[in-house]
Design a protein around this ligand. Structure first.
Ligand SMILES: NC(=O)c1ccc[n+]([C@@H]2O[C@H](COP(=O)([O-])OP(=O)(O)OC[C@H]3O[C@@H](n4cnc5c(N)ncnc54)[C@H](OP(=O)(O)O)[C@@H]3O)[C@@H](O)[C@H]2O)c1
Length: 319
């Protein structure tokens, strides 16, 4: 697949765009006017943008895009990190030169993004200061996956004495979920393929292969039982958790709905989850494995890798 390319100038910047719905082949890089801030907004010179499966789910077809309020032509990507380079009237929290990270729905993979000082990912975009000790590639992975993992942990309320089964534990959300559950004092059993086992152990999880026979493998690892479960891939882990006697209120899903089980959504994460996670990274207590990083010119290859659904950690675009 040929990658798109464009040369930026001073008054314009590169932005990855969708001009038709589809897979990675529908992505193009356009040179667009550098956006200008309005009151209460900041502009960020983006240096890194983390990818999430939702980025390409949202732009795969018109119906899904419409559910997120998106239409063509459309930007791409949600997580970003960079440096503030313009500040609007009335902004108090940020100044030019501040390092920031955050999220802005489907326009993060661009040289510049304008976000609200007090917005949210879905409405106006949002930013937080990047703590010292957190590099931009890492900061660009935190907003969606970190918050979603924190939300899942809050639903199942895992802590000391718990054994938590996490399905899809080596993926973008899983790497946060495993470590947050461990930091909360829980034992973690994480599902993955054989290729994930070492990465899962390094995060503090006991690996177990997903697929046929999962229930018996988990039972062998935890004869005293499992007390909570987060299914970060689909419904298989949640179903096995039920078979193992985990109460419905201590099971959550993030990628599917199951009657009787409370789904976790990043938007419902505890209020300061993002700041707390960034602080843990800065303190060296939580690390984000970057599975791969690509220059923006290779956006299609990056999305193709992510869409394969066997990434261990996060995929990041450099700008
Ligand atoms: N509700 C929300 O707020 C929210 C937020 C973020 C994400 N999500 C959704 O949650 C899901 C996970 O997101 P993510 O960023 O973690 O995705 P991801 O990074 O693409 O997940 C990749 C991981 O999935 C694992 N995997 C593949 N097949 C599996 C299977 N059959 N059973 C268990 N694990 C399997 C892979 O393990 P191996 O490589 O070992 O096969 C890999 O480590 C996506 O569907 C995403 O859209 C929801």
């Amino acid at each position: 697949m040929r990658e798109p390319s464009v040369t930026p100038s001073a008054a314009t910047g590169r932005a990855v765009r969708f001009e038709s719905f589809g897979g990675p082949e529908a992505l193009t890089i356009r040179e667009v006017p550098v956006p200008q801030v309005g009151p209460g907004q900041i502009r960020v010179r983006v240096t890194a943008a983390g990818l999430n499966p939702m980025d390409w789910f949202m732009t795969s077809d018109a119906e899904t895009a419409a559910r997120f309020g998106l239409s063509l032509p459309c930007g791409f990507g949600t997580d970003f990190a960079g440096v503030v380079d313009q500040v609007g009237d009335g902004v108090c929290e940020f100044a030019v030169g501040d390092r920031v990270f955050g999220g802005v729905l489907s326009r993060a993979v661009a040289d510049h993004v304008v976000v609200d000082e007090a917005g949210s990912i879905a409405v106006g975009g949002e930013a937080r200061r990047t703590p010292d000790g957190v590099d931009d590639r890492t900061a660009a992975t935190l907003a969606i996956a970190g918050r979603t993992a924190a939300a899942a942990l809050a639903v199942v309320d895992a802590g000391p004495g718990d054994t938590v089964l996490i399905g899809g534990a080596g993926g973008g959300v899983g790497v946060f979920a495993v470590q947050l559950a461990r930091l909360a004092g829980a034992r973690v059993i994480g599902t993955g393929s054989a290729t994930s086992a070492d990465a899962l152990r390094a995060l503090g999880a006991e690996p177990v292969a997903y697929g046929e026979g999962l229930r018996d493998r988990v039972r062998a690892l935890a004869p005293a039982g499992v007390s909570a479960a987060m299914d970060l891939h689909g419904t298989d882990t949640a179903a096995v958790a039920r078979e193992l006697g985990v109460l419905d209120e201590r099971i959550t899903t993030i990628a599917a709905r199951i009657d009787g089980i409370t789904p976790a959504n990043g938007a419902d994460a505890p209020q300061r989850a993002l700041e707390d996670i960034a602080g843990l990274v800065a303190a060296g207590r939580l690390r984000v494995p970057i599975a791969a990083h690509f220059p923006v010119e290779q956006i299609r290859a990056a999305v193709e890798l992510q869409a394969g659904r066997h990434v261990h950690g996060k995929v990041v675009i450099d700008l």
